[in-house]
Design a protein around this ligand. Structure first.
Ligand code: URA
Length: 187
């Protein structure tokens, strides 16, 4: 396991997959390095690539609102992605790109030791919870893996495209809030 400084440097220097050839910035992650609650998206979009910070575009503004509902913000949780470089045209990150990058996320999880990880959308849920994960059926459900509580909610971009999913997501956010209380997580 690398220290934060070594991990960040290795990530910034990474050329392990094709996404490194088209990136503007590596999007490492943001938030509290001792957070009990971690959120994981799929990969940076255009705004994130330009700024080097996760979830700063339209979906990110919605994510901030979602976090606020459960008393979270960018200082008391940690936000990262499955891949740290932008997939061109915002396509899904391919399996080999995820394979090349997942070690960075695993090291982040080892350093943070969160009590829970919330996957934002299908791509993260399939990678971290179950390759057969069905977001429409299984969002809001909890499983424990390696001592960490895991759940997935709809990706904020999906909620922007389809606002009819928002009431279910509100329920999922309340469930996260309950899990925070149940596990004595600090926020
Ligand atoms: N979508 C993601 O999955 N991650 C980001 O950082 C931004 C948009």
């Amino acid at each position: 396991m690398l220290s934060w400084d070594d991990l960040r440097q290795k990530c910034m220097d990474c050329r392990s997959c094709r996404l490194s050839q088209t990136r503007t910035n590596v999007v490492f992650g943001v938030g509290c390095t001792e957070a009990d609650v971690m959120f994981v998206g799929e990969g940076p979009g255009e705004q994130e690539d330009l700024k080097g910070e996760p979830f700063v575009g339209a979906a990110g503004r919605l994510l901030d609102d979602m976090l606020a509902i459960i008393d979270l913000d960018r200082t008391n949780c940690y936000i990262a992605n499955i891949v740290k470089c932008r997939p061109p045209g915002n396509r899904d990150p391919q399996d080999d790109e995820q394979d090349a990058c997942i070690g960075f996320l695993r090291n982040q999880v080892e350093l943070i030791q969160p009590k829970m990880i919330i996957c934002l959308g299908r791509v993260a849920a399939k990678r971290l919870i179950d390759p057969n994960f069905r977001i429409t059926r299984e969002h809001g459900a909890w499983v424990q893996k390696g001592g960490i509580w895991m759940s997935a909610i709809y990706h904020p971009s999906a909620l922007l495209r389809d606002p009819s999913k928002r009431p279910e997501t509100f329920e999922d956010l309340l469930s996260i809030r309950n899990k925070i209380i149940e596990t004595g997580s600090k926020i």
